[in-house]
Design a protein around this ligand. Structure first.
Ligand code: AMP
Length: 452
């Protein structure tokens, strides 16, 4: 009889590596980018669902746009002198030689979509709800990321100040319902016409002796091209100089003054606290008339950590090739809202309610509960399992971890008896039930639980 071949022992102590060390390389996420992990996602769900529910109540409909857009769309709309375009845009030439950009803001895409899909033919106003990631190569710091998300609401085809007030009301209610105290900072930057006169006054003011030398290099450059932006600068010296600057509200034309007064009257009527902030101009080129920001009430740096911002842009649709269409909108910064929600310890909805865990012992039981799991899931039960685990102890630990109310346990004995065990996870009491009556038993028990 041939001897069985000896199994050679591997005396080489060093385990053979699947990937040689020199080929290994680990990666980290890029600076200013975030992973949103499991627990964090619960906050995302809360914030998004609050925005979606509210927006729906006010008649906004959801839409989406591509992440990549033509770079010159932002150059022409957001503004060639804006920080977003000059410093922060992720723009590159693609394989077809086209200059494209990862969207740094949503409004230009939404205006493009409004025009491209002929939405001026639909009954106006068109109310849009948009959620998605944006990209700005900014200096990362607390509350400032290179990829961040916004919830945008835009309203096209409505010139009335009611539209401005309704958007601010919506933003205000959003924060109120999340129990975050905010203040609305508001200003009007007029229309093309009245802004012209004001810009000249502002340039004259800044050119008065001694003032220019005090300004930061950016503001010195901005003075010729975009003087309003000087009011917005956060540099200490620029803030000091602007104290005596002329105020735009004194230069608004009658129409713009009227429009702004009405917006403020609506806000008074709606009991929305606001602060008339004459330095608020916003960094983007396309705004006209109302501009506003939502600041958190607390925190010294509230200006730097605005939770949301928006305004009216009555000329942008025409500027981008559409029919003259008044419009306004605002954006909320999702990451910043979430960090406020976390600060406030706002309880999150228990998403895993009435969880039923299915446990098994042995191969035959495992095969059987696969089917039971699918059957209960299809009947609408909130079922969980850990079928890859063999030990009952490990499975029940998992049941506790997912907050199960009841566990159903199937072993060899139960298969033979046509039964199953049901364990109340809180009391630990186990009872035997008829396998065929599992559904009725679960329904009865969950009903009793919900009545408690
Ligand atoms: P903006 O589009 O610049 O008017 O910004 C609107 C809102 O988006 C801000 O109020 C912030 O809440 C948020 N936001 C803007 N830039 C960033 C960023 N780099 N990181 C995180 N959130 C941002």
């Amino acid at each position: 009889m041939p001897r069985p071949a000896k199994i050679k022992k591997n005396n080489n102590k060093k385990e053979k590596e699947a990937v040689p060390a020199k080929k290994r390389k680990s990666f980290s996420r890029l600076r200013g980018m975030k992973d949103v992990l499991f627990d964090e996602y619960r906050y995302w769900d809360l914030v998004k669902s609050k925005a979606i529910d509210l927006a729906r109540t006010y008649g906004f409909k959801r839409l989406d746009t591509p992440i990549l857009e033509p770079a010159d769309m932002y150059e022409r709309t957001t503004g060639e002198t804006s920080d977003i375009v000059t410093k922060e845009m992720y723009a590159f030439v693609d394989k077809g030689g086209e200059k494209v950009a990862l969207r740094p803001e949503a409004t230009p895409s939404l205006v493009r979509a409004y025009i491209e899909h002929g939405m001026f033919n639909f009954p106006q106003p068109i109310k849009m709800l948009w959620l998605g990631p944006l990209f700005r190569h900014d200096k990362p710091q607390a509350g400032r990321y290179r990829q961040f998300s916004q919830i945008d609401l835009e309203m096209f085809g409505e010139e009335s100040p009611v539209a401005d007030a309704q958007l601010i009301l919506l933003a205000y209610n959003f924060f109120k319902e999340l129990q975050i105290d905010v203040q609305v900072q508001i200003n009007s930057i007029g229309c093309k016409e009245c802004r012209k006169e004001y810009s000249n006054k502002l340039i004259a003011f800044y050119k008065e002796r001694g003032k220019r030398a005090k300004l930061c290099p950016d503001c010195n450059k901005r003075l010729a091209k975009n003087p309003l932006r000087l009011l917005d600068c956060k540099e200490e010296k620029c803030v000091e100089v602007r104290t005596d600057a002329p105020q735009i509200v004194d230069y608004l034309c009658d129409d713009c003054k009227n429009h702004f007064t009405k917006v403020l009257e609506y806000l008074d009527e709606l009991d929305i606290p606001y602060n008339l902030n004459t330095y608020l101009v916003r960094g983007l080129d396309y705004y006209t008339r109302t501009v506003f920001e939502i600041w958190p009430m607390d925190g010294e740096e509230s200006r730097q950590t605005a939770l949301g911002a928006g305004g009216r842009y009555d000329d942008l649709v025409e500027f981008m090739g559409g029919r003259p269409t008044p419009a306004c909108g605002f954006a909320l910064g999702v990451e910043r809202v979430i960090s406020k929600v976390k600060e406030k310890n706002i309880p999150l909805k228990q998403e895993d309610e009435n969880v039923i865990f299915i446990a098994q012992l042995g191969d035959q039981a495992r095969r059987k509960v696969f089917g039971l799991f699918e059957e209960l899931r299809r009947s609408g039960f909130n079922v969980r399992q850990a079928f890859t685990k063999d030990s009952l102890k490990a499975q029940l630990e998992e049941a506790n971890r997912v907050g199960a109310k009841f566990s159903l346990i199937l072993g060899q004995k139960e298969i033979l008896d046509g039964t199953m065990l049901i364990r109340d996870m809180e009391s630990g009491i186990q009872e035997v039930i008829d396998y065929k009556k599992i559904r009725q038993e679960l329904e009865k028990r969950l009903n009793n639980e919900n009545k408690k």
